[in-house]
Design a binder for this molecule. Structure first.
Ligand SMILES: Cc1ncc(COP(=O)(O)O)c(C=O)c1O
Length: 343
């Protein structure tokens, strides 16, 4: 029975992104970072190195993984408030290089920016380099089709836009790209991609103890996803974003990424206003006491905070959120002289 559950979850994770014809799913009992670490430490051979395209904290984390594991890498750094520029990547790859792979984040959750997936895949493809794409916060939130976007290794996790319980990370690997790593001398054990693939696909078991409850929960989340459909989920997330955006602007908040073409509209970075009495901690704690969690900003040198609009939330939840933010803003204006912006 467990074998059937595992097979069904692996198949469904591929179905979400139309990957059954070309890709294989490998699950790990870890958060998303574990699956990224599994991928990086399995796809770069002993003498190889990886090019990391970085425009946020999650690109930076890939470099930390390389450092921790003694893997050669080079980082191409971009501003954290702009997308990765494919032309700069192209000009780096046009020079002599020894890279075995390229890695980047699809939706950089740091500022809420979409990187140009298709163009970056074309550049890596032209140079015959397998691409590792961290799709942690885009998978199941933004439509993705692996027959159109030829990603060699897509990495995501059970929570975020899949709306499942946290604790499972997974890699969707293109068959040929995965097989090419088979004879690499392993530099990892628990996290070895081929070892876990062989166990999951041939014996129908995890190579190590399986997180059975998490798999059951993930199957429920997948069933909910297919009931809602990708189009339905994208539509709901967009409606939630629009409601937040209109509400926050009418309260006087300004978002940092103004270009809707590059903004994911799944998480929004707002600049902290300089209103007397306003503090992120104050607003965070006020909202937290009312059952709502908002996130601090992650951009160095900028005072920002972030509002996410993914997960099993409804327009009513957003109305409650906006009412609470208005209460906070009115509260500080009454005690600190900030004009009442809620009316
Ligand atoms: C783009 C991206 N990559 C990686 C991660 C790390 O995932 P986890 O916290 O599940 O390890 C996150 C988490 O927010 C993320 O947004």
């Amino acid at each position: 029975v467990f074998g059937e559950l595992l097979a069904s979850v692996r198949r469904d994770l591929l179905r979400v992104v139309n990957g059954e014809a070309s890709h294989e799913c490998i699950l790990f009992a870890s958060s998303g970072t574990g699956a990224i670490e599994a991928c990086i430490t399995s796809i770069v051979p002993a003498s190889g190195s990886i090019l990391i395209l970085e425009n946020g904290a999650y690109g930076q984390r890939m470099a930390e993984i390389c450092n921790a594991n003694g893997i050669e890498y080079e980082t191409l750094q971009f501003d954290w408030t702009t997308p990765i520029d494919p032309a700069i990547v192209e000009s780096r790859l046009a020079h002599d290089h020894q890279f075995s792979a390229v890695a980047f984040v699809h939706h950089e959750t740091t500022a809420g920016i979409m990187n140009p997936l298709q163009k970056l895949l074309s550049v890596s493809g032209e140079h015959n380099l397998p691409a590792l794409v961290d799709a942690m916060s885009s998978y199941a939130g933004i439509p993705l089709d692996l027959q159109e976007s030829s990603i060699d290794f897509l990495v995501a996790s059970s929570n975020k836009c899949l709306q499942g319980v946290a604790g499972l990370g997974f890699v969707l690997a293109k068959r040929e790209s995965l097989e090419r790593t088979r004879n690499f001398p392993p530099r990892n054990l628990y996290f070895n991609l081929i070892r876990n693939f062989d166990a999951q696909s041939t014996t129908g078991q995890f190579a190590f103890t399986a997180p059975v409850q998490l798999l059951q929960a993930l199957q429920c989340a997948l069933d909910e996803y297919f009931d809602e459909t990708q189009a339905g989920r994208s539509r709901r997330y967009l409606a939630l974003y629009e409601k937040i955006s209109v509400g926050m602007e009418s309260l006087g908040f300004e978002c940092l990424i103004r270009d809707s073409f590059i903004h994911s509209r799944l998480i929004t970075t707002y600049t902290e206003p300089d209103w007397p009495g306003f503090s992120f901690e104050g607003m965070h704690d006020f909202l937290f006491a009312r059952g709502i969690t908002i996130y601090p900003g992650k951009i160095p040198g900028e005072c920002t905070f972030r509002i996410g609009n993914i997960g099993a939330i409804s327009e009513r939840d957003i109305e409650t959120f906006l009412t609470c933010v208005a209460e906070y803003v009115n509260g500080i204006s009454e005690s600190g002289g900030h004009e009442d912006v809620s009316t």
